[in-house]
Design a protein. Sequence first.
Length: 245
Amino acid sequence: MSMPGIEAWLQSPSGRYLFEWECARMDLVVSDIFGFNAVQVGLSDFDFLRNNRMPSRIRCDLPGSANVGLFCDAWALPFATASIDLVVLPHVLEFSPHPHQVLREVERVLMPEGSVVVSGLNPFSLWGLRRYAARKGGDLPWKGQYLSVRRLKDWLALLGMEIQAGVFGCHAPPMKDEKWLRRFAFVDRAGARWWPFAGGAYVIQAVKRVQGMRLITPNWRDRRATAKALSPVVQKHHKESGKRE
């Protein structure tokens, strides 16, 4: 979960390009997730829960991080089982030494039908090629273990979590110069239409499913049917009472 240097990179032209896209997508996703308790794990300098309306929102990170409500490891969350409605993982899995354990912990603390929102860098993209070129001695974010959406989907399925929504973005190459990023804006527009799966980044929402759970609602139809069945009897009783009088 510790990502020293990632905050500095996010201030670079390519970092801002990625961050602005992710913030916009995160805001849309978390705004429609309801409950009582929401947790953001990692990247505590940035508030990815700002658009969520749950009464309890907390950021978790390692000691020494800023704007942290709780210090902990991502693979050992100090929350009771089935107590959290939403967990946000911004680039935690690709930079964690124990990504499987992180997801297992998330599944443990999530309530049934709770959500996890994951952002990551796509290995099958221009950003993935940039990482491949810099994997020997590269700095963040190029030395992370990028996870494809397909692999992430398999990991989530093994834990009983189902992908609810997902989106790719950042199709332009990760240029160091903002001028060149603007020149490649047409790649972003074309990529979103013609090859969306090749975006440099993705945001995925998955829901924890529990087999055998069924939402029980009042059976209004049976109540109305019962009322109608009793109605003629009541009316008949009143008529007979009137005749006897």
